[in-house]
Write a new protein. Structure first.
Length: 74
């Protein structure tokens, strides 16, 4: 399944709107929308903007689904 840039931008906006409207986490929003559009979560992840991906990574680190990034000592 191939999505054009227009769909990717709309999908990212829907994720943000869903987070704001329903007071949920970004991870949950992506899963809900993937189910709504009947697409695999891995495919949905390829439609996300970089800022959303960064927010999801932060959420995952906070709930220990992902190890924190190593920080350089300088």
């Amino acid at each position: 399944m191939i999505f054009d840039n227009s769909f990717k931008a709309k999908f990212s906006k829907m994720v943000i709107d869903n987070v704001l409207d329903n007071n949920i986490e970004y991870i949950e929003s992506v899963i809900e929308l993937a189910e709504k559009f009947e697409i695999d979560v891995k495919v949905a992840a390829k439609c996300l903007s970089k800022p959303i991906i960064e927010k999801i990574q932060k959420e995952a680190q906070e709930i220990n689904l992902m190890s924190p990034t190593t920080k350089l000592p300088f």
